[in-house]
Design a protein around this ligand. Structure first.
Ligand SMILES: Nc1ncnc2c1ncn2[C@@H]1O[C@H](COP(=O)(O)OP(=O)(O)OP(=O)(O)O)[C@@H](O)[C@H]1O
Ligand SMILES: [Mg+2]
Length: 391
């Protein structure tokens, strides 16, 4: 009976004890193998807790994909805030993923609206910064601004916030997070002069992955649903990328496969199968940060690469796919120049790559080729289509 199907799916047995603990936004109560980094990050803010007068600090956290940069910042900040509340010190932090908030203006507006209920539309960034610092001073608050995926901003944007802080009253500290290659591009001489501490996170080795995955499996799964041998298999697979997210995503998919097939345990066959569905460089929530037209642009690039069966394509060819896709989804298409902007965003968030090759003989100038780095075109198309249909 239909009712029983739904009931079984909802209330029947599951290998999961806490499925949501494997979602990307979950921050675990502990971060094994990151004690030193937690201490180092926290120590940067000692003077704030000791009320040593006007003080602010700018810290960078740099490291490869999936090794706990975001987790380290959120974990440490949450604890720091709790401690400050207990000590009656007015310190707070604001976390921004710059894939979602892509400009200084967007971040400042959201900050003013969310914290101080002030709509700052119509004001310049400088004016908003002044308002922000006035409020922080009036409320005697120190704000730690966490800018994750900071390479989506311009170096000058970050600098202007830091400069405003120095000019208007030392009420704000920053934590800037980025992967190493992007960090090199962001870090110019003026910005580097303002970074007080750069914490470089090392990628995890297999032993560290074993500890982390065992710990996370204990939180996520029923004790009888897995064995240490199974976790070892996952740790071995993810040790090739040294990326904890890689292992966690495999565990999640394997758990879902077990539930769907009513197995009472994780199955090594499912582990081996899900290993091919996981793309460890790609944050799974990245598609949530993209706007509808950017998603359609990503889909059209994937479709174009699939249609032509080649590894690279051109903007013009993708644009034709884009026009067709817009008609398919019933949205009005934008002009080629705007489409180029969508592609640039996809390049910036790391979904597609752009290479500049010399144009064919006889034509002048250079022409960009578009490629995919981390993920096969068919998988990209499938994931983006899913996302477009759900918005
Ligand atoms: N030491 C750890 N203990 C427990 N879980 C961890 C640890 N390190 C990372 N994780 C988990 O691994 C996943 C990836 O970590 P996180 O998102 O912080 O990586 P990241 O370095 O910010 O990656 P990206 O550059 O892709 O943003 C998260 O689910 C996080 O909770
Ligand atoms: Mg991150």
């Amino acid at each position: 009976m239909k009712n029983d199907l739904v009931k079984d799916a909802l209330l029947g047995s599951s290998v999961f004890k806490d499925e949501a603990s494997l979602f990307p936004e979950y921050i675990p109560p502990e971060l094994p193998n990151r004690d030193e980094e937690v201490k180092r990050l926290a120590r940067n803010f000692r003077a704030l807790l000791r009320r040593d007068g006007a003080f602010s600090v700018n810290v960078a956290i740099v490291g490869n994909a999936g090794i706990g940069k975001t987790a380290l910042a959120k974990y440490t900040m949450a604890q720091l805030k709790e401690l400050a509340v207990n000590e009656n010190i007015n310190i707070d932090y604001a976390y921004y993923n710059c894939h979602s908030f892509r400009s200084k203006t967007a971040i400042l507006r959201s900050l003013m609206a969310d914290r101080f209920m002030i709509q700052s539309r119509g004001f310049s960034d400088e004016e908003v910064l002044e308002m922000l610092f006035r409020r922080l001073q009036n409320e005697n608050q120190h704000l730690i601004l966490v800018l994750d995926e900071a390479n989506m901003l311009e170096s000058e944007d970050i600098l202007s916030i830091i400069h405003a802080n120095e000019a208007l009253g030392i009420s704000l500290s920053t934590i800037v997070i980025s992967r190493p290659t992007e960090w090199k591009m962001l870090l110019d001489a003026p910005l580097s002069g303002h970074i007080h501490d750069q914490i470089n996170l090392r990628s995890y080795n297999i032993d560290q992955l074993m500890t982390i995955l065992n710990y996370r499996a204990r939180i996520a799964f029923m004790p009888q649903a897995y064995t240490t041998d199974l976790i070892e298999l996952v740790a071995e697979i993810s040790s090739h990328t040294r990326n904890a997210r890689h292992g966690l995503e495999i565990l999640y998919r394997t758990g879902k496969a077990a539930d769907n097939l009513s197995k009472s345990m994780l199955d090594p066959e499912d582990i081996r199968r899900s290993k091919n569905e996981v793309y460890p460089e790609l944050r799974p929530d990245i598609f949530y940060d993209l706007k509808e037209h950017e998603l359609i642009a990503a889909l059209s690039i994937a479709r174009d690469l699939m249609d032509t069966g080649s590894t690279a394509t051109t903007i013009n060819s993708c644009f034709e796919q884009y026009e067709t896709a817009c008609a398919e989804f019933g949205v009005s298409r934008r002009k080629l120049i705007t489409f180029r902007g969508f592609v640039d965003t996809l390049v910036n968030v790391g979904i597609v790559g752009k290479t500049t090759a010399l144009a064919n003989k006889g034509k002048r100038g250079r022409r960009s080729k578009i490629t995919l780095f981390d993920i096969p075109a068919s998988v990209l198309a499938e994931r983006v289509e899913q996302r477009i249909k759900s918005v």
